[in-house]
Design a protein around this ligand. Structure first.
Ligand SMILES: [Zn+2]
Ligand SMILES: [Zn+2]
Length: 660
């Protein structure tokens, strides 16, 4: 009798064997019902063989092999195999997380007919600039695998390059995967792609889609009916029979990195997938990740550059660094910025005040006894939200009513300390009583739908002044916006996290890029106590390459990525001693001594050591050779799995960790 090797959604690095009455290699990639424990599970058949490592008589018999769907193709299973091996994630979990919920259920899925998309009239193509033409012509879908990095200043028309390449791929009968950051995937973008390719099926895949819609779109993509798949990070795993081009927009964006469950980078999986299929991949950004930039410098990726804004009337905004050391600020705002906003109001243009801290104030404090509003579950302060009179922890979500008096000494005169977007909004409204002020942050925009509405209001000219966090920084054109004021950026200059400068520069370039996208000239005012800092100097010159070169030199000297390869073992438990003891045991495993090229650091508490009542610690392992690290990790992981740990301890390994 044939033996099925089945992947199940379990955190175990092994396959499960079942005997089947009838099965053939043609069933590889099909879903199958199998008995498991006292119940039943749905798995995916990875192989059909004649024999097993177990005595056949001990194997259970598999149930029904489902045929409502064609088998998942070999290249999809291979992609999952790669992700499983590279990220030390259980293969079955990788396969199952890639499937829509409905296809993972034991109950047979209900086939729903999708609504046919309304016919759209094709829109005319804008003419390409010379730089855009060069970029488009550099990507040859017929030439096999090649990774391209499209570095284009904000407003340089990267999207138009994507659309032209998509057009070519479609003409060659291929499918296209276009990945965008979580927040950029709006119906407007979908509409723009649809309008350009009215005959092609366009589907979107993202986490906020209702289950039925996601399954419908996934099926259309898998069946080859949808030719363009527009998605966020998880869409990188969609099986596509005729995939011919992968495009990743804003490739530096943190939302491409999954930070829980299987911790993977959709960008890196994308590069692997393009390589596996022998097709081109295009990574686009105004501020590429240093990893991608280093790959372009060493010519592993081909660098394509757009230096000019696509609209010949639009020039890059002028960036002013405002030295606030000698200034008297009101609520953190300089008189110069107020004057600039006043001027824009007079001309009916929009201003944006950027402050990357939501809430009213970051903490509530008692001046009499020194009490501050700490979260009892995390190593963090509770943020004051005055609008609904709550104290909220932005890390674990826990919240309380604002106390009327100090909980420690009873003092009734407790104060908010520092400022967030709510406080700034209120103060600006007092300064400009006539102005229409719109606050845009995760408190005012909680869903994709609200984000949509907010964008429409901004475009419709319903706001004179925008107050917002990084939400506002990304990829949207606001033609009337001509002034961007940046507050509170200094705090990230000297952060302990060595990735912080890279992130801050990208964020400020993005937010500055909102100004002056059309004929109106834009200006940016950055308030700082460190006017001579090299990061600000590079911003004034819009000099990403110069800034990247400086950072890469620093990274090389310090031996940080991309000049070293890292993995992190993290443990969390109610007691820090347990977390540290577990990591200490993991650091002492004999497997470590066998790998000379791998350095294991000492276990340390995480920077935010306490989160949601768990004490977290981490252990960094590093190598100058990726193959050496990759050879070490599976053996070490197996040994770690064998360690005894207290019942409430959880651990995971993250490869290429993002946060420290
Ligand atoms: Zn007090
Ligand atoms: Zn908390």
């Amino acid at each position: 009798m044939p033996v099925l090797r089945v992947a199940l959604d379990l955190p175990l690095h092994r396959l499960f064997d079942y005997v089947a009455e009838v099965a053939s290699p043609a069933d590889i990639g099909r879903r199958v019902r199998v008995p498991f424990g006292r119940g039943e599970k749905l798995g995916v058949i990875v192989d059909v063989v004649d024999d097993s490592d177990w005595p056949l008589a001990q194997l259970k018999t598999a149930g029904e092999i489902l045929s409502d769907l064609p088998p998942l193709p070999a290249d999809f299973l291979k992609l999952c195999e790669f992700a499983s091996a590279y990220y030390q994630a259980a293969f079955g979990e990788v396969v199952m997380q890639a499937l829509p919920v409905g296809l993972k259920r034991l109950a047979p899925p209900v086939r729903r007919n999708g609504r046919a998309a309304a016919a759209v009239k094709a829109v005319a193509q804008p003419e390409l600039t010379d730089e855009q033409s060069l970029a488009v012509n550099a990507v040859d879908p017929a030439a096999g695998f090649a990774a391209h990095l499209l570095h284009g200043v904000t407003g340089s028309g990267k999207t138009e390059v994507y659309l032209r390449l998509i057009e070519r791929a479609l003409a060659a009968g291929r499918q296209v995967l276009l990945l965008v950051p979580e927040i950029n995937l709006t119906p407007q973008l979908e509409g723009r792609v649809r309008a350009r390719f009215p005959a092609a099926g366009v589907v979107s895949l993202h986490s906020e889609l209702a289950e039925a819609a996601r399954e419908r779109n996934w099926r259309a993509a898998f069946a080859g009916e949808a030719e363009i798949v527009l998605g966020t990070r998880l869409a990188i795993f969609t099986p596509l029979p005729r995939l011919g081009l992968i495009v990743i927009d804003e490739e530096h964006d943190a939302s491409f990195k999954q930070q829980d469950g299987m911790r993977y980078s959709a960008r890196d999986v994308g590069v692997f997938r393009a390589h596996q299929l022998g097709i081109p991949i295009l990574l686009g950004s105004a501020t590429p990740s240093l990893e991608s930039w280093a790959n372009a410098q060493s010519q592993r990726y081909q660098l394509l550059t757009l230096r000019q804004r696509a609209n010949p009337e639009a020039s890059l905004p002028v960036v002013h660094i405002l030295d606030t050391r000698q200034m008297v600020l009101q609520e953190g705002v300089s008189a110069a910025l107020i004057a600039a906003i006043t001027e824009k109001l007079g001309r009916s243009e929009q201003s944006l005040v950027f402050l990357n801290r939501r809430g009213y104030a970051p903490v509530l404090a008692c001046p009499a006894c020194g009490w501050v509003s700490r979260c009892t579950r995390c190593a963090a302060n509770m943020v004051l939200h005055l609008a609904d009179r709550r104290l909220r922890c932005h890390h674990c979500g826990c919240e309380h009513r604002v106390p009327k008096a100090c909980p420690t000494c009873g003092n009734q005169d407790i104060h908010p300390f520092g400022r967030g977007t709510q406080r700034l909004e209120g103060w600006l409204q007092e300064q400009f009583p006539e102005a229409r002020i719109l606050r845009v942050d995760r408190d005012s925009v909680k869903s994709r739908k609200q984000w949509e509405t907010m964008l429409e209001r901004i475009h419709g000219g319903e706001a004179d002044i925008l107050v917002g966090t990084q939400m506002l920084a990304k990829g949207h054109d606001f033609p009337k916006l001509t002034l961007v004021g940046v507050l509170g950026a200094d705090s990230a200059l000297f952060a302990a996290d060595w990735r912080a400068p890279e992130r801050l520069f990208a964020q400020l370039m993005q937010v500055a890029g909102r100004a002056g996208r059309a004929e109106l000239k834009g200006e940016v005012v950055i308030q700082t106590q460190y006017p001579d800092h090299s990061l600000y100097a590079a911003l004034v010159k819009h000099d990403y390459p110069g800034f990247a070169a400086t950072l890469l030199k620093e990274r090389e000297q310090a031996g940080f990525p991309p000049y070293a390869f890292q993995a992190m073992l993290r443990a969390e438990a109610p007691q820090m001693a347990d977390s540290l003891a577990f990591l200490t045991a993991a650091a002492a495993l004999p497997e470590i001594g066998e790998h000379e090229n791998v350095i294991v650091y000492d276990p340390i508490p995480m920077k935010m050591a306490r989160l949601a009542s768990l004490e977290r610690a981490q252990l960094l392992v590093e190598s100058h050779s990726r193959p050496a690290l990759q050879a070490f990790l599976p053996r070490w992981r197996e040994a770690v799995e064998g360690l005894k740990a207290p019942g409430k301890l959880r651990w995971h390994i993250e490869v290429d960790p993002f946060e420290f």
